[in-house]
Design a protein around this ligand. Structure first.
Ligand code: 5AD
Ligand code: SF4
Length: 463
């Protein structure tokens, strides 16, 4: 049996300069990130904390002294992938017993004990609320018992330390900034409220400080992140105020956000989007299902009719808005007719992008506790395939309707397949390549959309 050490917040403060990392010659860290943008953003914050503590970073697990795996468990496949990576690490650990292996993210939060008990080579399990402790946990590992067995486990203590840690930016003109953490919605299929905890908004001044810091490093395009950005609240400021405050920073060219919730999205937000050029006309508004009965079972407290009203209002107030959604097929008890209602909703809305998933039963959720995962796998697959082919057709048609349009492209870098071309995106997030002609990265260029290859546009500069 391994010794479990539980840390509590008042144990002691982390040392500023971990001994093992003195002289900027510290252990090398490799972070593998799975899952959503929130995890990517968390990994960047962790890199920043560890970088400040003197750690160095490397590109592969082989050369690392510390390997951190940031896991996702939104669907079973994501969890299996992350745990599969862990199995690979066990052989590395055999070769290099001094290597420290840490599991982070949502699986770490929900399955701490199981991981520690069944993966003997794992040294620490740290959930999203405890990342601030990572430097301390690693420091103890390096100072007190390098290579020795013994496991560290963190508690569920909530600590928002993101507020004063600026994420390590990897270059490039786009960056993610988390504005609200956790979720209070408790959709019956979703594990996120269990792994990420209750909703907490970051103070606006801290968000603006982070965005300013990013723009000083060349960022022009900011994506504001949260499981439910529409319920952002700080002081007397709501999400529309927050979005506007970011857009008004002079060095920001574009601001985007995700994810929205049909119950919390406001008319004020849609008006703010329509009135400000820097706020991208793009809305990710998951519908999940087109049937009112299924929506009720999912604990999504809106109807199909209300959802369609919001879409109509968005199109009225934000001309040219691009729409995207998340949809689940095969939720327990979903009938063929109810699936058909999801299909017709997607035909009606005509999304630009849709993320479509088969229902996957997740531990700790209401659906898992109360409902049987009773839609057979082959039925789920058939429903998903029908939706995907519908959506591909709609997306193609919507893209073709853009040809000839004048728009702007934010240059993000060289096109991956052709060094004589720039790659960038339109304000409504369509990828574009265009011939290089003296522009620079981060510049907004007026462009006409001329042709399409797959889902990438070919643009010509307009003067
Ligand atoms: N099964 C399938 N899809 C899920 N999602 C969340 N939980 C599940 C689940 N248990 C999808 C939802 C959500 C997106 C991020 O993932 O559509 O909006
Ligand atoms: Fe999960 Fe629903 Fe919260 Fe989204 S809104 S994170 S689907 S509980």
């Amino acid at each position: 049996m391994h010794e479990l050490i539980t840390l509590t917040s008042n144990l002691r403060e982390p040392a500023r300069e971990p001994v093992a990392c003195a002289n900027g010659n510290g252990p090398r860290v490799f972070i593998q990130t799975y899952g959503c943008q929130m995890n990517v953003s968390d990994s960047q914050t962790i890199e920043s904390m560890l970088g400040e503590a003197g750690y160095r970073f490397c590109g592969t697990a082989d050369e690392a002294d510390v390997v951190l795996v940031n896991t996702c468990m939104i669907r079973e496949t994501a969890e299996v992938r992350a745990l599969g990576q862990l199995a690979n690490l066990s052989s590395l650990k055999k070769r290099n017993p001094a290597m420290v292996i840490g599991i982070l993210g949502c699986v770490a939060q929900a399955k701490r004990r199981e991981i520690l008990e069944s993966h003997a080579y794992v040294d620490m399990v740290v959930g999203p609320d405890s990342y601030r402790r990572l430097p301390l946990l690693l420091e103890e590992r390096f100072i007190s018992a390098p290579g020795a067995p013994g496991l560290l486990e963190t508690t569920l203590m909530r600590e928002e330390l993101y507020d004063d840690v600026l994420p390590r930016h990897h270059g490039g003109v786009t960056a993610f900034v988390t504005i609200i953490r956790g979720c209070d919605k408790f959709c019956s299929f979703c594990v996120v409220p269990r792994t990420r905890g209750r909703e907490r908004s970051r103070p606006l001044p801290s968000i603006l400080r982070e965005v300013t810091h990013l723009t000083e490093q060349g960022v022009r395009d900011v994506m504001l992140l949260g499981q439910n950005v529409d319920s952002y609240r700080w002081d007397d400021k709501d999400f529309a105020d927050c979005l506007l405050a970011v857009a008004e920073l002079p060095a920001v060219s574009r601001v985007r956000f995700m994810t929205s919730h049909p119950t919390d999205i406001s008319e004020k937000l849609l008006r703010t989007m329509g009135e400000h050029e820097k706020i991208c006309p793009y809305l990710h508004l998951p519908v999940q299902a087109g049937s009112n009965r299924v929506l009720r079972e999912m604990n999504r407290p809106y109807t199909r009719e209300r959802y369609l009203e919001i879409i109509a209002l968005a199109r009225e107030l934000v001309p040219g808005i691009a729409l995207s959604t998340d949809v689940i097929v095969g939720f327990p008890t979903e009938t063929e007719d109810e699936f058909e209602e999801t299909f017709t909703l997607m035909e009606q809305v005509r999304y630009d992008t849709a993320f479509m998933f088969k229902y996957s039963e997740r531990p700790l959720t209401k659906a898992a506790q109360r409902m049987k995962d009773d839609v057979p796998e082959d039925v789920k697959v058939a429903r998903l395939e029908r939706l995907i082919s519908l959506q591909q057709k709609i997306a193609r048609e919507r893209n073709e309707a853009q040809l000839g349009r004048q728009t702007s492209v934010l240059i993000e870098g060289l096109a991956p397949k052709d060094g004589a071309m720039w790659a960038g995106r339109t304000p409504d997030f369509r990828p574009v390549v265009l011939p290089k002609n003296g522009e620079s990265v981060g510049e907004l260029v007026p462009v006409r959309l001329e042709s399409l290859t797959g889902f990438t546009f070919h643009g010509a500069r307009e003067n």
